[in-house]
Design a protein around this ligand. Sequence first.
Ligand code: NAG
Ligand code: NAG
Ligand code: NAG
Ligand code: NAG
Ligand code: NAG
Ligand code: NAG
Length: 380
Amino acid sequence: MSSMGWSFQAYLMNLILVSVIIIPLVLGCYNSIIGFGDSITDTGNLYNSDPNRSLNFFHPPYGETYFHHPTGRCSDGRLVIDFIAEFLGLPLVPPYLESQSSNQSVQNFEAGVNFAVAGATALDAAFLEEMGDSVSCTNDSLSIQLEWFKQMLPSLCNTSSDCNKVLSTSLILMGEIGGNDYNDALLAGKSIEKVQAYVPLVIETIASTINELIELGAATLLVPGNFPIGCLPAYLTTYESSDKNQYDPSTGCLNWLNKFSGYHNDQLQLALSRIRRLHPQVTIIYADYYNAMLQLYQSPDQFGFIGETSKACCGGGGPYNYNTSALCGDAGASACENPAQFISWDGLHSTEATYRWITKAILQGNYTVPRVSTLCDSPV
Ligand SMILES: *[C@@H]1O[C@H](CO)[C@@H](O)[C@H](O)[C@H]1NC(C)=O
Ligand SMILES: *[C@@H]1O[C@H](CO)[C@@H](O)[C@H](O)[C@H]1NC(C)=O
Ligand SMILES: *[C@@H]1O[C@H](CO)[C@@H](O)[C@H](O)[C@H]1NC(C)=O
Ligand SMILES: *[C@@H]1O[C@H](CO)[C@@H](O)[C@H](O)[C@H]1NC(C)=O
Ligand SMILES: *[C@@H]1O[C@H](CO)[C@@H](O)[C@H](O)[C@H]1NC(C)=O
Ligand SMILES: *[C@@H]1O[C@H](CO)[C@@H](O)[C@H](O)[C@H]1NC(C)=O
């Protein structure tokens, strides 16, 4: 066989390999993922806005499981947005502020861009401060993230028909957002009655942001609700009670806090229904993070969570391994041997294993409204 023949064969073989391996990836349903939210979704924005890396979640052991170094993700590894990107065959979604903090002005956001910032609230920081709350770590609330998006858009498209095309092939992940509006107040000891009054304002902010994105051409939005916060070690520590009736005996979670998350989620779903009626051509999917996570607390063994479910993997001691004087990443805190055996990573955020199960529940289970087969049914 001539060398020509051989190399032609090799070329054919390459072609076959390339089509088998690459084509299913590029033929995903969406060309891009655009993220908004807080530490549940931040892939490095707060990290890039804090060059001194002063916060605990910028230190090891954050990132130890997957990236093997801190990336600004509040977990030991990947987040839901990372697993969604992998599922769709897209690159991990780059943080918007990465391009601002370096001279990479030509940062390519064609396959996705993430505006989520750890600590971000739905309501503006100035408003929350007026209400007597101090926002933690950042003032980059949802309205600021939306402004960044509008500033960035001309790098993707300049005419409204082009922008419609770009946005209609993007999956927009709106949240989770709003959790910190409640966390900042509740963990500082504000009464649940006072915090409950924020719910309609938070929902209205999320709804109006979604409406603006739809005006700009958004066609598919995945909108997660809040987690069952009564299960989180930070809350179990802050609101520890000798009254057994406050706890759900099957999960160990605090009922009144889970009920509060349920209230937010019900209001969010009502708002999404209203938006669907106004924009029947837009696909708006509610992602039920609450029940996707609660199933892990209900049957932990089934998911490999053989550690104590009410304890954080990484922390500085105490009955729930959550200690505000020694947070995960601080001196005085340490991580468990095997994070995949724990639901909670640091008391507020989950382990990569948890985020993987939640993503599976969303993309392949029945934890979305409507059911998520529609995620890839859109005419893209
Ligand atoms: C980083 O730390 C240096 C020295 O402590 C300080 O002067 C500077 O203001 C800090 N920068 C930021 C962005 O916090
Ligand atoms: C960015 O570019 C400016 C001007 O060219 C230069 O002074 C600066 O050091 C650069 N910064 C980084 C982070 O590369
Ligand atoms: C947020 O803004 C307030 C002023 O409104 C400022 O005092 C505070 O330092 C800011 N916080 C952060 C984390 O940027
Ligand atoms: C849109 O116009 C701006 C300014 O002329 C230009 O820098 C940018 O590259 C254009 N964007 C696209 C996607 O063509
Ligand atoms: C919390 O952390 C502080 C500082 O490291 C430590 O002195 C204290 O004993 C810890 N509390 C518990 C309950 O382990
Ligand atoms: C979702 O699936 C779980 C387990 O497969 C099942 O127990 C539950 O009833 C289902 N829920 C709905 C709404 O179909």
